[in-house]
Design a protein. Structure first.
Length: 144
């Protein structure tokens, strides 16, 4: 039990209470109790960087979610490359698909797998990584 000193009447007294303030039993003045547990401030957490959803457009106006869906669903036609403004790889994907389909009767598996991987990567990457890899890259044929 802490012993407190009343600032009003200068009398000492003990208190079993662990409240921040107690009353002096001699004069009734309110006395601060330094032995009382102090309330803890809520921990301050840093706010995460604003990361939009996959379908939010980035600085270039292109959405990695739309790119990913186009790559997964229509990637064998190269549609996802046309979406980000890379016409040459889009035409190559389309030609490889058509030649494989015309010559062999089946679409090229390499183009299908490549487009599927690109679609998954678009969803896994952040918007900045997506833009650096597929939109703002100086490469004329960005694969991965």
């Amino acid at each position: 039990m802490p012993t407190l000193n009343c600032p009003n009447c200068n009398q000492q007294f003990t208190t079993p209470f662990e409240t921040p303030q107690v009353q002096c039993p001699h004069c009734g003045a309110t006395v601060n109790n330094p032995a009382a547990p102090q309330p803890q401030a809520a921990p301050q957490y840093a706010q995460p960087a604003a990361q939009g959803g996959p379908f939010d457009a980035g600085p270039s106006g292109k959405s990695r979610g739309v790119f990913g869906l186009l790559a997964i669903l229509l990637g064998v036609f190269g549609v996802h490359y046309f979406y980000v403004g890379k016409a040459m790889p889009g035409v190559v994907f389309l030609l490889v698909f058509l030649l494989g389909f015309i010559l062999c009767g089946i679409p090229s598996a390499a183009v299908s797998v490549c487009a599927l991987i690109q679609g998954i990567m678009a969803f896994v990457k952040t918007q900045d990584q997506f833009e650096a890899t597929f939109v703002n890259t100086p490469k004329s044929f960005p694969l991965f």
